[in-house]
Design a protein around this ligand. Structure first.
Ligand SMILES: [Zn+2]
Length: 400
Protein backbone atom coordinates (compact mmCIF):
# COMPACT_ATOMS: atom_id res chain seq x y z
CA UNK A 1 0.00 0.00 0.00
CA UNK A 2 1.35 3.43 -0.86
CA UNK A 3 2.50 5.94 1.72
CA UNK A 4 -0.47 8.33 1.46
CA UNK A 5 -3.14 5.62 1.70
CA UNK A 6 -1.29 4.11 4.65
CA UNK A 7 -1.15 7.49 6.37
CA UNK A 8 -4.84 8.05 5.71
CA UNK A 9 -5.85 4.65 7.13
CA UNK A 10 -3.70 4.96 10.24
CA UNK A 11 -4.84 8.54 10.88
CA UNK A 12 -8.49 7.52 10.54
CA UNK A 13 -7.96 4.61 12.98
CA UNK A 14 -6.00 6.88 15.33
CA UNK A 15 -8.93 9.29 15.62
CA UNK A 16 -11.27 6.42 16.48
CA UNK A 17 -8.84 5.11 19.05
CA UNK A 18 -8.60 8.49 20.76
CA UNK A 19 -12.40 8.80 20.73
CA UNK A 20 -12.85 5.29 22.18
CA UNK A 21 -12.97 6.26 25.89
CA UNK A 22 -15.50 9.04 25.34
CA UNK A 23 -17.95 7.12 23.15
CA UNK A 24 -21.01 5.75 24.98
CA UNK A 25 -20.11 2.06 24.71
CA UNK A 26 -21.60 -0.20 27.35
CA UNK A 27 -21.88 -3.92 27.89
CA UNK A 28 -25.17 -5.70 28.45
CA UNK A 29 -25.57 -6.93 32.01
CA UNK A 30 -25.47 -10.71 32.10
CA UNK A 31 -28.56 -12.53 33.40
CA UNK A 32 -28.20 -16.18 34.30
CA UNK A 33 -31.72 -17.53 34.46
CA UNK A 34 -35.28 -16.97 33.33
CA UNK A 35 -36.42 -15.66 36.69
CA UNK A 36 -33.89 -12.84 36.52
CA UNK A 37 -35.44 -11.75 33.19
CA UNK A 38 -38.82 -11.56 34.96
CA UNK A 39 -37.23 -9.63 37.83
CA UNK A 40 -35.69 -7.07 35.48
CA UNK A 41 -39.00 -6.55 33.68
CA UNK A 42 -40.88 -6.18 36.97
CA UNK A 43 -38.34 -3.68 38.28
CA UNK A 44 -39.01 -1.64 35.15
CA UNK A 45 -42.80 -1.97 35.67
CA UNK A 46 -43.23 -3.83 32.39
CA UNK A 47 -46.19 -6.16 32.01
CA UNK A 48 -46.21 -6.72 28.26
CA UNK A 49 -43.22 -7.69 26.18
CA UNK A 50 -42.63 -8.51 22.51
CA UNK A 51 -40.42 -11.54 21.91
CA UNK A 52 -38.79 -11.47 18.47
CA UNK A 53 -37.59 -14.82 17.12
CA UNK A 54 -37.75 -17.05 14.04
CA UNK A 55 -39.83 -20.06 12.99
CA UNK A 56 -37.01 -22.58 13.51
CA UNK A 57 -36.66 -21.55 17.14
CA UNK A 58 -40.37 -21.32 17.88
CA UNK A 59 -40.91 -24.80 16.35
CA UNK A 60 -38.29 -26.18 18.73
CA UNK A 61 -40.27 -24.50 21.51
CA UNK A 62 -37.11 -22.92 22.87
CA UNK A 63 -38.81 -19.80 24.26
CA UNK A 64 -41.33 -21.91 26.27
CA UNK A 65 -39.38 -22.06 29.54
CA UNK A 66 -38.84 -18.30 29.56
CA UNK A 67 -42.39 -17.36 28.54
CA UNK A 68 -43.80 -19.66 31.23
CA UNK A 69 -41.79 -17.93 33.94
CA UNK A 70 -42.76 -14.51 32.61
CA UNK A 71 -46.45 -15.43 32.59
CA UNK A 72 -46.18 -16.73 36.14
CA UNK A 73 -44.91 -13.28 37.00
CA UNK A 74 -47.94 -11.68 35.31
CA UNK A 75 -45.97 -10.52 32.30
CA UNK A 76 -47.73 -11.05 29.00
CA UNK A 77 -45.55 -12.23 26.10
CA UNK A 78 -46.38 -11.56 22.44
CA UNK A 79 -44.33 -13.66 20.04
CA UNK A 80 -43.24 -12.47 16.59
CA UNK A 81 -41.63 -15.46 14.90
CA UNK A 82 -41.61 -14.56 11.21
CA UNK A 83 -38.02 -13.27 11.20
CA UNK A 84 -36.14 -14.70 8.21
CA UNK A 85 -32.42 -15.50 7.89
CA UNK A 86 -31.55 -12.06 6.51
CA UNK A 87 -34.21 -10.03 8.33
CA UNK A 88 -36.12 -7.67 6.06
CA UNK A 89 -37.75 -4.29 6.48
CA UNK A 90 -41.10 -6.12 6.23
CA UNK A 91 -40.12 -8.21 9.26
CA UNK A 92 -39.30 -5.06 11.20
CA UNK A 93 -42.59 -3.36 10.26
CA UNK A 94 -44.69 -6.44 11.13
CA UNK A 95 -43.01 -6.83 14.50
CA UNK A 96 -43.34 -3.10 15.11
CA UNK A 97 -47.05 -3.26 14.40
CA UNK A 98 -47.44 -6.14 16.85
CA UNK A 99 -45.55 -4.17 19.48
CA UNK A 100 -47.77 -1.13 19.02
CA UNK A 101 -51.12 -2.90 18.71
CA UNK A 102 -50.51 -4.76 21.92
CA UNK A 103 -49.00 -1.80 23.76
CA UNK A 104 -45.82 -3.64 24.66
CA UNK A 105 -43.11 -1.77 26.51
CA UNK A 106 -40.02 -3.96 26.15
CA UNK A 107 -38.43 -6.29 23.58
CA UNK A 108 -36.77 -9.67 23.97
CA UNK A 109 -34.51 -10.67 21.07
CA UNK A 110 -34.47 -14.46 21.12
CA UNK A 111 -32.26 -16.37 18.70
CA UNK A 112 -29.16 -16.04 16.58
CA UNK A 113 -27.97 -12.94 14.75
CA UNK A 114 -31.16 -12.51 12.69
CA UNK A 115 -33.60 -12.22 15.59
CA UNK A 116 -31.20 -9.79 17.29
CA UNK A 117 -30.93 -7.65 14.16
CA UNK A 118 -34.69 -7.54 13.69
CA UNK A 119 -35.36 -6.72 17.36
CA UNK A 120 -32.76 -3.93 17.41
CA UNK A 121 -34.28 -2.40 14.27
CA UNK A 122 -37.76 -2.55 15.87
CA UNK A 123 -36.27 -0.67 18.83
CA UNK A 124 -34.80 1.93 16.49
CA UNK A 125 -38.17 2.38 14.75
CA UNK A 126 -39.87 2.92 18.12
CA UNK A 127 -37.25 5.46 19.18
CA UNK A 128 -37.51 7.28 15.84
CA UNK A 129 -41.08 6.67 14.60
CA UNK A 130 -40.77 9.16 11.75
CA UNK A 131 -37.68 7.55 10.28
CA UNK A 132 -37.77 4.37 8.19
CA UNK A 133 -35.06 1.72 8.60
CA UNK A 134 -33.43 2.98 5.40
CA UNK A 135 -33.22 6.49 6.80
CA UNK A 136 -31.34 5.18 9.83
CA UNK A 137 -28.77 3.31 7.74
CA UNK A 138 -25.17 4.12 8.62
CA UNK A 139 -23.83 5.37 11.93
CA UNK A 140 -25.34 7.46 14.72
CA UNK A 141 -28.77 8.02 13.18
CA UNK A 142 -30.87 6.74 16.09
CA UNK A 143 -29.43 8.85 18.92
CA UNK A 144 -32.39 8.17 21.20
CA UNK A 145 -33.06 5.59 23.85
CA UNK A 146 -34.90 2.50 22.55
CA UNK A 147 -37.28 0.44 24.73
CA UNK A 148 -35.69 -1.99 27.17
CA UNK A 149 -34.03 -4.69 25.04
CA UNK A 150 -33.03 -8.06 26.46
CA UNK A 151 -31.00 -10.36 24.21
CA UNK A 152 -31.23 -14.14 24.53
CA UNK A 153 -28.67 -15.80 22.23
CA UNK A 154 -29.39 -19.39 21.15
CA UNK A 155 -25.99 -19.93 19.51
CA UNK A 156 -22.56 -19.25 21.01
CA UNK A 157 -20.79 -17.25 18.35
CA UNK A 158 -22.10 -14.08 16.76
CA UNK A 159 -21.81 -11.99 19.91
CA UNK A 160 -24.60 -9.82 18.52
CA UNK A 161 -26.07 -9.63 22.03
CA UNK A 162 -23.22 -7.18 22.69
CA UNK A 163 -23.07 -5.14 19.49
CA UNK A 164 -24.54 -1.85 18.30
CA UNK A 165 -25.35 -3.04 14.78
CA UNK A 166 -28.59 -4.21 13.18
CA UNK A 167 -28.20 -5.61 9.66
CA UNK A 168 -31.41 -5.31 7.64
CA UNK A 169 -32.34 -6.15 4.05
CA UNK A 170 -34.74 -3.89 2.16
CA UNK A 171 -37.74 -6.06 1.15
CA UNK A 172 -38.15 -4.31 -2.18
CA UNK A 173 -34.62 -3.61 -3.40
CA UNK A 174 -32.89 -6.52 -1.53
CA UNK A 175 -30.24 -3.98 -0.52
CA UNK A 176 -28.55 -5.09 2.72
CA UNK A 177 -27.33 -2.42 5.14
CA UNK A 178 -26.54 -1.82 8.79
CA UNK A 179 -27.99 0.57 11.33
CA UNK A 180 -25.21 1.29 13.83
CA UNK A 181 -25.79 3.25 17.01
CA UNK A 182 -25.06 2.97 20.70
CA UNK A 183 -28.70 2.84 21.91
CA UNK A 184 -29.06 -0.46 20.01
CA UNK A 185 -26.71 -2.29 22.40
CA UNK A 186 -29.01 -4.55 24.45
CA UNK A 187 -29.34 -3.62 28.13
CA UNK A 188 -29.23 -7.26 29.27
CA UNK A 189 -28.14 -10.61 27.87
CA UNK A 190 -29.52 -13.88 29.20
CA UNK A 191 -26.77 -16.48 28.78
CA UNK A 192 -28.62 -19.76 29.26
CA UNK A 193 -26.73 -22.83 28.08
CA UNK A 194 -29.92 -24.94 28.07
CA UNK A 195 -30.95 -23.07 24.91
CA UNK A 196 -27.83 -24.21 23.04
CA UNK A 197 -27.99 -27.91 24.00
CA UNK A 198 -29.79 -28.91 20.80
CA UNK A 199 -27.48 -27.18 18.34
CA UNK A 200 -26.20 -29.52 15.61
CA UNK A 201 -22.46 -30.17 15.98
CA UNK A 202 -21.43 -28.39 12.76
CA UNK A 203 -23.28 -25.22 13.85
CA UNK A 204 -21.62 -25.49 17.26
CA UNK A 205 -18.25 -25.74 15.49
CA UNK A 206 -18.63 -22.90 13.00
CA UNK A 207 -20.32 -20.43 15.37
CA UNK A 208 -17.62 -21.19 17.95
CA UNK A 209 -14.92 -20.46 15.37
CA UNK A 210 -16.68 -17.19 14.56
CA UNK A 211 -16.31 -16.23 18.22
CA UNK A 212 -12.62 -17.23 18.14
CA UNK A 213 -12.13 -15.05 15.06
CA UNK A 214 -13.75 -12.10 16.87
CA UNK A 215 -11.41 -12.53 19.82
CA UNK A 216 -8.24 -12.98 17.73
CA UNK A 217 -8.95 -10.17 15.26
CA UNK A 218 -9.85 -7.76 18.07
CA UNK A 219 -6.68 -8.70 19.99
CA UNK A 220 -4.18 -8.42 17.13
CA UNK A 221 -5.68 -5.14 15.88
CA UNK A 222 -4.15 -1.79 16.76
CA UNK A 223 -7.12 -0.26 18.56
CA UNK A 224 -7.32 -2.31 21.73
CA UNK A 225 -7.89 -1.17 25.31
CA UNK A 226 -6.91 -2.94 28.51
CA UNK A 227 -10.50 -4.14 28.81
CA UNK A 228 -10.84 -5.44 25.23
CA UNK A 229 -7.49 -7.24 25.49
CA UNK A 230 -8.63 -8.96 28.68
CA UNK A 231 -11.97 -9.94 27.12
CA UNK A 232 -10.23 -11.29 23.99
CA UNK A 233 -7.72 -13.29 26.05
CA UNK A 234 -10.44 -14.80 28.25
CA UNK A 235 -12.59 -15.63 25.23
CA UNK A 236 -9.69 -17.34 23.42
CA UNK A 237 -8.83 -19.42 26.47
CA UNK A 238 -12.46 -20.47 26.99
CA UNK A 239 -12.82 -21.45 23.33
CA UNK A 240 -9.67 -23.59 23.26
CA UNK A 241 -10.78 -25.24 26.49
CA UNK A 242 -14.40 -25.88 25.57
CA UNK A 243 -15.19 -25.82 21.85
CA UNK A 244 -13.98 -29.31 20.96
CA UNK A 245 -15.71 -30.67 24.07
CA UNK A 246 -19.11 -29.26 23.06
CA UNK A 247 -18.55 -30.33 19.46
CA UNK A 248 -18.07 -33.92 20.62
CA UNK A 249 -20.62 -33.84 23.43
CA UNK A 250 -23.34 -31.28 22.79
CA UNK A 251 -25.01 -32.09 26.10
CA UNK A 252 -22.11 -30.84 28.24
CA UNK A 253 -23.93 -28.00 29.99
CA UNK A 254 -20.89 -26.54 31.74
CA UNK A 255 -18.88 -26.30 28.50
CA UNK A 256 -21.92 -24.92 26.66
CA UNK A 257 -22.17 -22.18 29.31
CA UNK A 258 -18.45 -21.43 28.90
CA UNK A 259 -18.91 -21.08 25.14
CA UNK A 260 -21.78 -18.62 25.64
CA UNK A 261 -19.52 -16.66 27.99
CA UNK A 262 -16.70 -16.77 25.41
CA UNK A 263 -18.94 -15.54 22.58
CA UNK A 264 -20.16 -12.70 24.80
CA UNK A 265 -16.61 -11.67 25.78
CA UNK A 266 -15.39 -11.85 22.19
CA UNK A 267 -18.40 -9.70 21.24
CA UNK A 268 -17.46 -7.07 23.83
CA UNK A 269 -13.87 -7.11 22.50
CA UNK A 270 -14.69 -6.64 18.83
CA UNK A 271 -17.49 -4.12 19.40
CA UNK A 272 -14.82 -1.68 20.62
CA UNK A 273 -11.72 -2.99 18.87
CA UNK A 274 -13.18 -4.13 15.55
CA UNK A 275 -12.38 -7.14 13.42
CA UNK A 276 -9.97 -7.38 10.46
CA UNK A 277 -9.32 -8.91 7.05
CA UNK A 278 -10.66 -12.36 8.02
CA UNK A 279 -14.11 -10.86 8.45
CA UNK A 280 -13.83 -8.63 5.39
CA UNK A 281 -12.96 -11.64 3.21
CA UNK A 282 -15.64 -13.81 4.87
CA UNK A 283 -18.32 -11.17 4.27
CA UNK A 284 -17.42 -10.95 0.59
CA UNK A 285 -17.74 -14.74 0.24
CA UNK A 286 -21.03 -14.73 2.16
CA UNK A 287 -22.42 -12.11 -0.20
CA UNK A 288 -21.24 -13.77 -3.40
CA UNK A 289 -21.60 -17.51 -2.71
CA UNK A 290 -23.67 -17.64 0.47
CA UNK A 291 -20.82 -19.30 2.40
CA UNK A 292 -21.87 -19.41 6.07
CA UNK A 293 -20.16 -16.69 8.09
CA UNK A 294 -18.63 -18.88 10.81
CA UNK A 295 -17.42 -21.51 8.36
CA UNK A 296 -15.76 -18.90 6.16
CA UNK A 297 -14.02 -17.32 9.16
CA UNK A 298 -12.81 -20.68 10.44
CA UNK A 299 -11.18 -21.53 7.12
CA UNK A 300 -9.77 -18.06 6.38
CA UNK A 301 -8.36 -17.33 9.85
CA UNK A 302 -5.10 -19.37 9.62
CA UNK A 303 -4.26 -17.99 6.14
CA UNK A 304 -4.63 -14.37 7.24
CA UNK A 305 -2.65 -14.95 10.44
CA UNK A 306 0.19 -16.46 8.39
CA UNK A 307 0.11 -13.54 5.95
CA UNK A 308 0.47 -10.96 8.75
CA UNK A 309 3.75 -12.70 9.60
CA UNK A 310 6.12 -11.36 12.22
CA UNK A 311 3.98 -8.28 12.93
CA UNK A 312 1.71 -10.43 15.08
CA UNK A 313 4.18 -12.94 16.58
CA UNK A 314 4.13 -11.20 19.94
CA UNK A 315 0.33 -10.95 20.13
CA UNK A 316 -0.25 -14.56 19.02
CA UNK A 317 2.37 -15.65 21.54
CA UNK A 318 0.48 -13.81 24.28
CA UNK A 319 -2.83 -15.38 23.24
CA UNK A 320 -1.27 -18.85 23.11
CA UNK A 321 0.39 -18.58 26.53
CA UNK A 322 -2.81 -17.26 28.09
CA UNK A 323 -4.85 -20.06 26.54
CA UNK A 324 -2.37 -22.60 27.88
CA UNK A 325 -1.28 -23.80 24.43
CA UNK A 326 2.44 -23.51 25.25
CA UNK A 327 4.85 -22.20 27.83
CA UNK A 328 5.80 -18.53 28.23
CA UNK A 329 9.44 -19.52 27.63
CA UNK A 330 8.62 -20.61 24.06
CA UNK A 331 10.26 -18.16 21.59
CA UNK A 332 7.81 -15.63 20.07
CA UNK A 333 7.99 -16.91 16.51
CA UNK A 334 7.60 -20.55 17.47
CA UNK A 335 4.71 -19.71 19.80
CA UNK A 336 2.93 -17.78 17.06
CA UNK A 337 3.31 -20.73 14.68
CA UNK A 338 2.02 -23.16 17.29
CA UNK A 339 -0.98 -20.90 17.82
CA UNK A 340 -1.85 -21.02 14.12
CA UNK A 341 -1.32 -24.80 14.06
CA UNK A 342 -3.70 -25.14 17.01
CA UNK A 343 -6.36 -23.21 15.10
CA UNK A 344 -5.87 -25.54 12.12
CA UNK A 345 -5.96 -28.57 14.40
CA UNK A 346 -9.19 -27.39 16.02
CA UNK A 347 -10.76 -26.96 12.57
CA UNK A 348 -9.59 -30.41 11.45
CA UNK A 349 -10.90 -32.06 14.63
CA UNK A 350 -14.32 -30.56 13.97
CA UNK A 351 -14.50 -31.62 10.33
CA UNK A 352 -13.89 -28.12 8.96
CA UNK A 353 -11.93 -28.23 5.69
CA UNK A 354 -8.98 -26.14 4.57
CA UNK A 355 -10.47 -24.49 1.53
CA UNK A 356 -13.59 -22.91 0.03
CA UNK A 357 -13.98 -24.49 -3.43
CA UNK A 358 -16.91 -22.21 -4.37
CA UNK A 359 -14.45 -19.38 -5.08
CA UNK A 360 -14.12 -18.80 -8.83
CA UNK A 361 -10.80 -17.52 -10.12
CA UNK A 362 -12.42 -14.85 -12.27
CA UNK A 363 -14.36 -13.44 -9.29
CA UNK A 364 -11.26 -12.91 -7.15
CA UNK A 365 -10.30 -9.33 -8.17
CA UNK A 366 -13.83 -8.01 -7.50
CA UNK A 367 -14.11 -9.94 -4.21
CA UNK A 368 -10.77 -8.56 -3.06
CA UNK A 369 -11.89 -5.03 -3.91
CA UNK A 370 -15.07 -5.52 -1.85
CA UNK A 371 -13.05 -6.79 1.12
CA UNK A 372 -10.53 -3.96 0.82
CA UNK A 373 -13.33 -1.40 0.81
CA UNK A 374 -14.93 -2.90 3.91
CA UNK A 375 -11.68 -3.10 5.87
CA UNK A 376 -9.81 0.07 4.93
CA UNK A 377 -9.67 2.44 6.69
CA UNK A 378 -12.14 1.24 9.35
CA UNK A 379 -10.46 -1.93 10.67
CA UNK A 380 -7.24 -1.27 12.61
CA UNK A 381 -5.50 -4.30 11.09
CA UNK A 382 -1.91 -5.10 12.05
CA UNK A 383 -0.70 -4.88 8.43
CA UNK A 384 -2.47 -2.87 5.71
CA UNK A 385 -3.04 -4.54 2.35
CA UNK A 386 -4.28 -3.32 -1.02
CA UNK A 387 -6.99 -5.19 -2.93
CA UNK A 388 -4.24 -6.65 -5.14
CA UNK A 389 -2.42 -8.02 -2.08
CA UNK A 390 -5.66 -9.45 -0.65
CA UNK A 391 -6.13 -11.53 -3.81
CA UNK A 392 -3.43 -13.84 -2.47
CA UNK A 393 -5.70 -14.83 0.42
CA UNK A 394 -8.54 -15.77 -1.95
CA UNK A 395 -6.21 -17.89 -4.06
CA UNK A 396 -4.93 -19.72 -0.97
CA UNK A 397 -8.43 -20.17 0.47
CA UNK A 398 -9.67 -21.42 -2.90
CA UNK A 399 -6.95 -24.03 -3.28
CA UNK A 400 -6.32 -24.93 0.37
ZN1 LIG B 1 -18.17 -12.74 12.92
Amino acid sequence: MNFFKTMYCRLFQGVFKIALPILPYREPKILENNQSVADVLKQNLINKVLLVTDKGISKLNLPAALTEILQKNNIEVLIYDNTVANPTTDNVEEALQMYRQNECSAIIAFGGGSAMDCAKAVGARIARPKKSCGQMKGILKVLKKIPLLIAVPTTAGTGSETTLAAVITDSKTRHKYAINDFPLIPRYALLDANLTLGLPSHITATTGMDALTHAVEAYIGRSTTKQTRKCALDATKLIFENLLTVYKDGSNLKSRQNMLQAAYLAGVAFTKSYVGYVHAVAHSLGGKYNVAHGLANAIILPYVLKMYGKKIYKKLHQLGVYAGLFDASTPKEIGAKIFIEKVEELNANMGIGKNIPEIKQEDIPALARTAEKEANPLYPVPVLYTAKQLEKIYIEVKNG
